[in-house]
Ligand binder design. Structure first.
Ligand SMILES: [Zn+2]
Length: 144
């Protein structure tokens, strides 16, 4: 017999300044069979300066999952304390700007940290965050 469908209350279990990090937590909760919802991510992705105005990106779960979600989140945070040592910057030395051939380029910072955090928290890189490059000489941007 099916349970009647009732509207559930969503509770914010964590607030983030960067949407990418919120998605990492969502992925982690999903592996523990907890459905979470991310609020404000679109507006903050478009303009990170709005993050404070909207109170950040919120990770929300059904009220029945709050206790379990908080437990999982605190475990992730304990693990996160060691992340700095494992986050070595990857070199872009072999890459060239396809537009002007300059080697004075950088990778987009958010993608880099999402990549490293993805490996750390989930055990695999987050391939849906494509690497993005930026040329300092001609301002050209491209994806890997
Ligand atoms: Zn260039």
């Amino acid at each position: 017999m099916k349970k009647p469908h009732i509207a559930k209350h969503l509770v914010t279990v964590k607030t983030f300044t960067e949407p990418t990090i919120a998605y990492i937590y969502q992925g982690k909760l999903k592996t523990k069979k907890i459905k979470s919802y991310i609020k404000n991510s679109e507006i903050i992705t478009m303009n990170p300066l709005y993050s404070n105005a909207y109170g950040g990106v919120k990770s929300q779960v059904n009220e029945t999952d709050v206790a379990k979600a908080r437990q999982i989140i605190s475990k992730i945070e304990d693990k996160g304390k060691i992340r700095k040592t494992s986050m070595l910057p990857r070199k872009t030395a072999n890459k060239k700007c396809p537009n002007c051939n300059s080697t004075n380029i950088s990778k987009e910072k958010i993608s880099k940290s999402a990549f490293a955090l993805g490996i750390l928290f989930l055990g695999f890189p987050l391939l849906f965050f494509q690497k993005k490059y930026h040329c300092f000489k001609c301002k050209y941007e491209w994806k890997n």
